[in-house]
Design a protein around this ligand. Structure first.
Ligand SMILES: [Fe+2]
Ligand SMILES: [Fe+2]
Length: 184
């Protein structure tokens, strides 16, 4: 495992969550009954796992480090703007979910922002994967840099509650995949 592969490993989980968000959105549009608790888990994972944890590692460790190297700053700038877009969609989702929870019929906006988030995830992780492959191909990071970044990731993991919490969130992705509405 190295610092680039670690992020790509996260992407596999992030993409699974994107698929769940898409499936959930489609099901809501088809009037399938989905427990609001499940959607709250999706929304929590978007905020905690994707945004705080994964984007945290990119924003606090990997990107600032790569920014000092030759022509990567333009790509990085775009990725950071995309993170902001993701944050905006996530916060609209949370707001509408709260409204739904307090009795408003917010199924349509919830479905819409779940879909928007899944589109964001597949486009964003796709572009980053191309970037990460290039960095690895060109051997831009030394062993020392990798291990330094991996140490920094550990701090990011404690920012979201530590290793156990991260493992728990990964289990929740698996839990959602097994829900009845997911398997229809
Ligand atoms: Fe990212
Ligand atoms: Fe990423």
């Amino acid at each position: 495992m190295n610092a680039t592969k670690d992020l790509q490993q996260d992407h596999l989980l992030v993409k699974r969550l994107g698929k769940i968000a898409k499936k959930c959105s489609d099901a809501l549009y088809s009037n399938v009954v989905i427990p609001i608790e499940d959607i709250k888990i999706i929304s929590m994972l978007i905020q905690e796992f994707v945004d705080k944890f994964h984007h945290g590692k990119e924003e606090k460790a990997y990107f600032p480090h790569m920014n000092d190297k030759d022509d990567y700053s333009e790509d990085i700038r775009k990725f950071l703007i995309e993170h902001e877009l993701g944050r905006r969609i996530a916060s609209m989702l949370t707001q509408n979910l709260k409204a739904w929870d307090s009795g408003f019929d917010s199924r349509e906006p919830v479905a819409r922002f779940l879909n928007a988030y899944s589109v964001f995830i597949s486009a964003h992780t796709g572009k980053e994967d191309v970037f990460f492959d290039l960095v690895e191909e060109k051997g831009k990071l030394s062993e020392e840099e990798h291990s330094l970044l991996m140490k920094h990731y550990k701090v990011c993991s404690s920012d979201v509650g530590g290793k156990v919490r991260v493992e728990q969130m990964i289990k929740l992705i698996g839990y959602l995949e097994e829900r009845e509405w997911m398997r229809k």
